[in-house]
Design a protein around this ligand. Sequence first.
Ligand code: X8Z
Ligand code: ZN
Length: 699
Amino acid sequence: MKLRPTLLVSAMSVAILTIGLAGCERTATKNTSAVTTPSGAAIPEGETADQFVARLDKEMRETYLEANKAQWMAATHITPDTEFLAAKANERGLLQLNSWIEQAKKFEGQQMKPESARALKLLKLMTSMPAPKDPLKVSELTKIAAKLEGAYGAGKVCEGEGEANCKQLGDLEDVLRNSRDYNEQLNAMNGWYGTAVNSKKDYVRFAELVNEGAKEMGYADAGEMWRSGYDMPANEVGPEVDRLWGQLKPMYEQLHCYMGGKLDEKYGADKGHVAGGMLPAHLMGNMWQQDWGNLWDLAAPYPNASPLDVTGALKAIDDKNIAEAQSKMTGSGPDALDDAFRAGQLVTAKETFRRAEDFYTSLGLAKLPDSFWENTQFIKPRDRDVVCHASAWDLDMQGDVRVKMCTKPNEEDFTTVYHELGHIFYDLAYNPQPAYFQGGANDGFHEAIGDTMVLAMTPKYLNSIGLVGAQSESKESMINSQMRMALAKVAFVPFGLMIDKWRWGVFDGSIKPDQYNSAWWKLKAEYQGVAPIAPRGDEFFDAGAKYHVPGNTPYLRYFMAHVLQFQFYKAMCDASGYKGPLNECSFYGNKAAGEKLKTMLSRGASQPWQATLKEMTGSDKMSAEPMVEYFAPLTSWLKEQNAGRQCGWNAAGGAVASASPAASPAAGAAPAAPAPASSDAPSAPGGNAAPSPAEPPKN
Ligand code: X8Z
Ligand code: ZN
């Protein structure tokens, strides 16, 4: 994850985010509106708005550097001490941010350069953790934030004394990835969800404090503040994303229906679905049911067509690297073996990063700096807890870029590496901008870059780098490849939306603490059509088992990114001169496509995202049409497979109304019937909780 310097958040989010800054501890015990610069110098008398903004650029760099370093240490060495230091640095940063916001007030309505006006507008949105003015509360807020993040990173499920009896998130994810044992998967999911229970109290208080901060800044609540970061009225953001979901929902429903059939085949009809035609949460191959790629073994449309086993290929490379490291071992015994094992894993991870770097440089972007290779955390360290959730960082806003990952040899992590490098190449491209414009055009843009590259990694590309075997030109191979993408991208879309529907509800008070869990699962039922096999009561805090909740990372960005990446992909394919079906385009190695990308990245946040999108795609509106176009062949195929099946789900758990109509032959045509009951579900709580609009997809 990566935020614009603007959205200051918790640890991993990088650069500008969490701020800290020397010389400000004293503001923690005095009134924050006592205004000095971070170095403690007095504010220059008679300063103009333009001069203030120039000072801001300089002070932001000083402020964020310390905070980012503290956050990096806390995320890569979880201990009470690093947690304390990260909280302290964040506290200083947030106090400084409040001070800048206060200082900026005197320039309201004054003449200034347009660039300065935009900088001042962005200032208030620079954090996703708006802090109250009361310094004691800022201190409380940052301590809670650091504790929530640390607790998530250190979460373990233990079945006895000692580390050997404990499983961390990565181990439990492996169970969901690889095991097809019904109960084993259930235990892995419920086990991890259980680790979040103790964080609920802290999260309740956290939400109160950020709401207080947001209100003091003039927003109705923290959710409205988050929705204000999109260069459009905050109250239009919810309806806009609902509109996009309306374009995509028919496609999701087809995939849902197909996967339900496969789960029935594997586990039996009594276990493949839960009441209301929903899919059992623990069987989706992923802890949060957000990416179904691990269910390839069940979902593969044509298992005997051209092989696309990226995970198998990566494991073979890893085995080779481990064997090579073991052959060079000098010592003996378990420790030496483990060292060699890890050395091999590190080589595999670095090779993956090199391969991803090559994709970007093939487009004409400059190579990563040496410091990236020196400072990145590629694999999970052996002797300490870290936050394994992948993140990308630019510590100094001038090229000290790093990734933090616990990379494993599997397809999910393979694509995550390209995702993280998307953040890094974005950072590097806008480094020449002033600090306050060093961010994505909006946060969805930041999340979309690496994913756009993944779309261009067609089977032919994967074959060209030796990861998969020769690909035939058959329809079967094409459908296989579409399915592989859909399990990651289409499955994700409703998840991308429901998380912040939940948080908006928490922040606006329509979801009370004693309804946190029921509201969470109600939204998952409504949007994703997934459910636990037995009710998970409000004594649980399952939202807290997803990194971005304790990590306070807004999630709407990922929903937007899933729409935007297809728009970017199409624009880059067009720029490369490609003609043909969208899903077969790869712009690997194409400098014209690279030029388009470079221009977009270099703008950073210096202009409204609509202007940047227009330069890139010719349109200033987000549209799901390119995504629908991309998946048209698969959608058509799925409709054929689902013909006569009962599709859709009833989020309230009751009967499902109707059967899927016979397949329509027109590729990409709108499904003939909306999923029966999913949209009858009671509407979700939260600011923009209207059920998805019944807008038909445009083809
Ligand atoms: O958090 C991430 C990235 C870091 S920005 C690994 N993603 C979301 C998630 O894991 O939930 C990427 C896809 C969605
Ligand atoms: Zn990301």
